[in-house]
Design a protein around this ligand. Structure first.
Ligand code: ACM
Ligand code: ZN
Length: 772
């Protein structure tokens, strides 16, 4: 008891002492400064400012709310409560308005005596606070910062390069609740992003309560639950069947989201798709289609999209105007996004109402009819004091006079719109589509396709080379789009957003002359620590080591290159059945491999492997480099590397465009491998891929035959595998073992499923036939 008391007293004395302790002061180096996005101007000086219980906050009137963002963080993470004060000689953090600062700009001055945040806008002050937080230990984002709160002595003058810095969340393909959207707002603010674009409508679900049209939330918000099937292989629904999977946000919830976003300097832009991507609407109001027939809310992909609003019927416009009136009531944003993408207008070509409209309006084709549609909606939107945004398809048939274009099919649409004097937001798929893979497909959850690693996002530049100054002025900025077909959960959504949002934020905020991948690669490591404290399920894909293999078939030797996204990475590897630990060999030059082995590699940090290990098995089997005869030719689109593909040791990945796969569409694979001389064989392995979304199915049967003369074959083994539903993407080795045979020829037949359960054709994908 007595001892315990002594111990407590000691703690008390230590903590009293530390209150006024200046010995903690330290000098920082540039390596300690890890702000993302990188500030426009930054000078690091010697010395530091220590935040302690005696630090005062000086902030007047409305600035108190902003100051509270900082004090709340300090309280929740470190249990330090800072008091407001009118003035102080030293040890204070002051918020000061400076009228000549631009919107969202801020200055942060830290000396050993005081911290001054200067700005002239809510955004500016918020971003000043965000930078302060990022100068403190990552634990500041959590609930127990044990360390000291020491800021480097620093001068920052910062402002954004672009005024539109956005993220789009698709709430239709999978619905995400209010709580997740509020969390996302915090995270956008942390990255100094200022736009949240909500994709509230698509074929697979309507997500906003509209009081005048209750069927939008009774019918359009729900689909038949087929979540266990791949998105693109889901069955067509019966319009009479009631949907149970989905959800929507009430107007009250949306207002709460909007208000919270506004406090964080984030504009929420609603997107109400038209004329296409609205099959869900037509399930509730089929009278708005050209044909009027019953339609079901689809549970998966729809292509082409033909059940669109009839452009001839006045009812379509009346409906949309009424919807938009409620939308504008909830969303104060200056912008209303009307979609406008991917409308297949075949119904318009046949519909008497649409044809009449074209005649009376003097429109020469359906593109002009879509342009009429959009222009008419723009007039309505403008009459309410708002501006229209549309995807770049709204250029077709003539752009509406005041429209802002969101360029997604590359930069082209944006360039053209800027030439025509329109504002543009760049979100080209190749740099901004966060539904694409960010690492090797074998290691990633199923995604839409494409490949957008962190380093590629970091190369994004919304201003295209050759743009005039006038055109460049029309580029408002850029945004990432997270389409959610393959994203059923919030944690998966986080995985796709982070860390790519960090790279994007820098491309939109920081001066381009500061763009430096090496420097970002260093700072992102600290951002990872912040994500960990915030319990964000960020992707560690950038840590994965990837390989490139080339085989010399004459020499039977593989040249293996290992690489990683981060520069100067410490990649180490082992060959064979060895643990990837202390014995791992630093990778310097390509590795030559000429016998069967297992390669394991990883990025190392502080002599320890980090991230997922790269593992590949290389097998120089008896068939390698032998002649393969194809009884049925492989598909023209998937040739692999030609006739050696199946016997080159190189294995395909889940990216079936990787050049290692051969495919047969609705046909079997039937090949004969000529082993040149009688060879002892007792096992054949056939490597296959299944990805039912893009109609790739495992074989249903594999048969192996042997022959001495290449004419008369004897069956030696087979394997039967009936079709099974598979929501993922899977690589599988089918192994057929049999009694030892001396043979010169091996024939392998893999049977194609031929008809997919949903009715379409079937691909059979094979990468290697291993003969052992
Ligand atoms: C889009 O990706 N269809 C805008
Ligand atoms: Zn029509």
């Amino acid at each position: 008891m007595r001892q315990h008391f002594k111990f407590l007293t000691l703690i008390f004395i230590i903590s009293l002492y530390s209150c006024s302790d200046n010995s903690k002061s330290k000098d920082f180096t540039v390596n300690d400064i890890n702000i993302i996005p990188k500030p426009a101007e930054l000078t690091l000086n010697k010395g530091s400012f220590i935040i302690d219980e005696n630090t005062k906050i000086i902030a007047h009137d409305s600035l108190k709310n902003i100051a509270n963002i900082l004090t709340d963080k300090l309280k929740s993470s470190s249990n330090i409560e800072l008091d407001f004060s009118e003035r102080s000689e030293s040890n204070f953090i002051e918020f000061v308005v400076k009228e000549d600062l631009e919107n969202e700009a801020y200055e942060l001055s830290v000396t050993d005596k005081k911290v001054i945040v200067t700005a002239n806008s809510l955004g500016g002050f918020l971003y000043g606070v965000q930078s302060i937080l990022q100068l403190l230990p990552a634990e500041i984002y959590g609930t127990d910062t044990n360390g000291d709160l020491i800021l480097p002595t620093i001068e920052i003058k910062d402002k954004p390069r672009f005024r539109h810095r956005g993220l789009m969340l698709d709430l239709s393909r999978h619905f995400f609740p209010k709580e997740y959207i509020l969390k996302t707002i915090d995270r956008l603010a942390m990255h100094k992003m200022n736009v949240l674009h909500l994709h509230l409508v698509d074929d697979q679900g309507w997500r906003m309560e509209i009081k005048k049209y209750s069927k939008l939330t009774e019918v359009s918000a729900w689909r038949v639950d087929q979540e266990e099937k791949p998105w693109s292989a889901r069955d067509k629904n019966d319009p009479k069947e009631k949907g149970t999977y989905g959800g929507f946000l009430t107007q009250k919830e949306l207002k709460e989201i909007v208000a919270y976003a506004a406090q964080n300097n984030i504009d929420v832009i609603p997107e109400i798709e038209m004329p296409a991507h609205v099959t869900s609407v037509m399930a509730a109001y089929p009278e708005l289609t050209c044909h009027g027939n019953p339609v079901a809310v689809p549970s998966g992909s729809v292509w082409p999209i033909t059940d669109i609003y009839c452009a001839g019927k006045e009812a379509s416009f009346e409906f949309l105007e009424n919807v938009l009136l409620e939308v504008m009531e909830v969303f104060p944003s200056k912008y209303i996004h009307i979609g406008g993408d991917e409308a297949t207008k075949t119904n318009w070509e046949k519909c008497p109402d649409c044809q009449r409209r074209m005649k009376t309006e003097g429109l020469k084709d359906v593109h002009e009819l879509q342009s009429y549609f959009v222009k008419r909606m723009e007039k309505f939107i403008n009459s309410k004091g708002k501006k229209l945004i549309g995807w770049d398809e709204i250029l077709e048939g003539g752009l509406a006079p005041e429209a802002t274009v969101m360029s997604w099919r590359g930069f082209k649409g944006g360039e053209e719109a800027a030439k025509q004097g329109h504002d543009v937001i760049m979100s080209p798929g190749g740099y901004c589509y966060f539904d694409h893979y960010q690492g090797p497909q074998n290691e990633e959850p199923i995604a839409q396709g494409g490949f957008l690693p962190l380093s590629k996002v970091y190369q994004f530049n919304p201003i295209v080379e050759g743009m005039s100054e006038k055109e460049a002025k029309h580029i408002l900025g850029g945004q990432a789009n997270l389409w959610a077909e393959h994203i059923p959960t919030t944690s998966h959504s986080e995985y796709m957003i982070f860390p790519r949002l960090a790279a994007l934020s820098e491309t939109l905020w920081s001066p381009i002359k500061l763009r430096d991948w090496n420097d970002f690669s260093k700072r992102i490591k600290t951002q990872f620590l912040r994500y960990e404290v915030l319990a964000i399920n960020y992707a560690k894909s950038a840590y994965i080591v990837t390989s490139n293999m080339e085989i010399d078939l004459d020499k039977k030797s593989i040249n293996l290159t290992l690489q990683n996204e981060f520069p100067k990475s410490d990649i180490r590897y082992v060959l064979g059945d060895v643990k990837l630990g202390e014995k791992a060999i630093p990778y310097v030059n390509p590795i030559e491999i000429s016998e069967s082995t297992v390669v394991k590699a990883s990025l190392f940090e502080n002599d320890k492997p980090i991230g997922k290990a790269f593992i590949d098995t290389i097998k120089f089997h008896n068939g390698v480099a032998k002649v393969v005869d194809y009884e049925i030719p492989y598909n023209d689109r998937y040739k692999g590397s030609g006739s050696s593909t199946l016997v080159n040791t190189l294995r395909g990945t889940k990216n079936f465009h990787d050049g290692q796969w051969q495919a047969w569409l609705n046909e079997n694979m039937e090949v004969v491998i000529n082993l040149d001389e009688p060879t002892s064989v007792s096992k054949v392995t056939v490597g296959a891929l299944e990805s039912q979304g893009p109609s790739i199915y495992f074989p249903t049967k594999i048969e192996v035959f042997v022959s001495d003369d290449g004419e008369n074959f004897n069956s030696v083994g087979n394997l039967v595998r009936p079709y099974a539903n598979n929501a993922g993407s899977e690589l599988k080795d089918f192994i057929i073992k049999f009694g030892k045979q001396e043979t010169k020829f091996i024939k392998v037949i893999a049977t194609n499923l031929k008809k997919a359960p949903s009715g379409g054709g079937v691909f059979l994908f094979i990468d290697e036939i291993l003969v052992e």
